[in-house]
Design a protein around this ligand. Sequence first.
Ligand code: GLN
Length: 309
Amino acid sequence: MADLQATLDSIYADIQPRIGEGKVADYIPELAKVDPKQFGMAIVTVDGKVYRVGDADTAFSIQSISKVFMLTLALGKVGEGLWKRVGREPSGSAFNSIVQLEHESGIPRNPFINAGAIAVSDVVMAGHAPREAIGELLRFVRYLADDESITIDDKVARSETQTGYRNFALANFMRAYRKLDHPVDHVLGVYFHQCALSMSCEQLARAGLFLAARGSNPTTGHSVVSPKRARRINALMLTCGHYDGSGDFAYHVGLPGKSGVGGGIFAVAPGIASIAVWSPGLNKVGNSQLGAAALEMLAARTGWSVFGD
Ligand code: GLN
């Protein structure tokens, strides 16, 4: 394999003059306080080697990247039955859009738009108090990353609870269609806390390594999901992981990936490595501007695109 540290260093050098580009999410007041002038990136290869650059150890709000972990949990609980609750098609709409929900009678397009993720949280809650469901997710992520220091930032969760009007609208809408089994404030309590998971690029790349390695984490030996399920989660990330920017991300980067409004992007080079990048400034569709630029450079310099080099 090419010298990955040299590749990361060259990406960092090219990104550095641009640090601060994009606009930090401000609809969640706690996220608006984050210094935009930060950039970190980490790669964990399937043989367990870790490469880092910039602020790769700084914890940030992973926001919608948590949807990948919650989806994995929900599939573990109810298997393919999950697809009765949520679709698998790209939405072509913003992450918090409500328009399709009405057309599709309260069944969200995919598990990665907000409405879909709220439905997935509802599934994970079955038989649990909200606090237990969020505890289960936190334990799962710590297990995946083999790191007990990962936490949830309560301030971010509280901040979003106070301003999450659109998410309340989405959840109320689904509840009206009898598509949520639990009370709206309970489901959103879980959803806002999962989004408030605080992780560094390195922790995130470690936690998601199973998706690059046929469902098992080669560094811990933990078998997480079957190879088939890992493949399918990657397919969903490729088609739906960047909302209405998913096509553009596939075009420029060519890797399954999931973004969050905290400025993080998690990406998978199947059979090779998992990657996490973070820079808080977002582009117009709510994906990290420099994160996507850095991943485009990585794919170009390594030939890792799933569509060929
Ligand atoms: N917590 C955010 C929200 O619900 C997550 C959105 C995102 O990261 N795209 O609005």
